[in-house]
Design a binder for this molecule. Sequence first.
Ligand code: PAF
Length: 276
Amino acid sequence: MKQFSNQNDLKIALKEHSGKRIGFVPTMGALHSGHASLLIKAKAECDLVVCSIFVNPTQFNEAADFENYPIRIEEDLKTLQSVGCDFVYIPDNPEDVYKNEQDFKVDLGILDKIMEGVKRPGHFDGVLRVVKLLFEIVSPTHSYFGLKDYQQYMIIKEMSRQLKMGVEVIGCPIIREADGLAKSSRNLLLTLNQRQIATTLIKTLRYAHEYYDRFETRELERICLTMMRQYGEPEYFVIRRSDNLEKIDSSYKGEIRAFTVCKIGDVRLIDNLRIR
Ligand code: PAF
């Protein structure tokens, strides 16, 4: 595996592989088996796999969240080796990523105006800024994202489409612990007790799955929020169409997901589940 700390060297190395299927997995490090699953899929589908590790400052709307974000480069490099990653880009500083930034506009409709878009103002602007730059640096043919951040996946896919970036954005299944907790770098920040309480997210999502036919959608959202309040501080629990994140109306017969964010102590956890 080759490691790059600046984009110029990475671009030179990538030139030798032009015309190949380049699979790209952008990350913020503290890699877990969720990330590994994206890299393994990329490895199976592409000729060359590139990963980036960059804790992007522009997507954090709270300074403390940015400062507490776990950093474990040594362990990450071992994980990357073990899954056969070819190139890893770990920029020396944010300037290396942001230096060629140009303004751009995309019309995301409601996609960035609900759920995380409301709760974390500016977050998606930061995500799109960095992912666009990383796509420009790596020029991947395929890029892999976990569906835990379903809204992020939808928004990046839409950006890539509107800006004609030529990147196929692929959403990959959520990887869970044995008790159902979605794998997340933030799980490292939970105390033992909080770790147990954190299963409330998946338990409530599974409840919504089981009782979807029994309640009217708004009522079920309210019940699930009340359930979660006994254990943590839920920010939202909403049920939406999977294809465009619009509310459900009676004529819609397609796939539906429940989305939630809940704070357990100071740790903000996100999850979703297909419920129809
Ligand atoms: O999902 C993440 O880890 C980040 O939002 C991403 C896509 C790497 C951009 O910084």
